[in-house]
Ligand binder design. Structure first.
Ligand SMILES: [Zn+2]
Length: 68
C-alpha cells in the first residue's frame, strides 16, 4: 500500500457561548496536560467555560464533497 491524496477544504470551527448564545469562546489559558482541560472565555459576556482536549477557534479539514 502507498500514499493516497485527496483534496480537502479548510473550515474554521468556533463554539458559541452556552450562556449568552451570541459570543464565540476563545482559549484563555493553557491546556492542563493531565486532564486536557482548557479554559475558554466568551468574547462578549465573559462567561468562562472548560473544554477537554479541544480548543476554539480551531481549524479543521473536511472532504471537498462533504458539507458542514
Ligand atoms: Zn457569552
Amino acid at each position: 500500500m502507498g500514499e493516497i491524496k485527496r483534496k480537502v477544504q479548510t473550515v474554521e470551527v468556533n463554539y458559541i457561548c452556552d450562556k449568552c448564545s451570541h459570543g464565540m469562546v476563545e482559549k484563555s489559558g493553557d491546556m492542563n496536560p493531565k486532564t486536557g482541560e482548557t479554559p475558554h472565555k466568551c468574547m462578549i459576556c465573559g462567561h468562562e467555560q472548560m473544554f477537554k482536549w479541544v480548543a476554539y477557534p480551531r481549524i479543521d479539514y473536511i472532504g471537498e464533497d462533504e458539507s458542514l
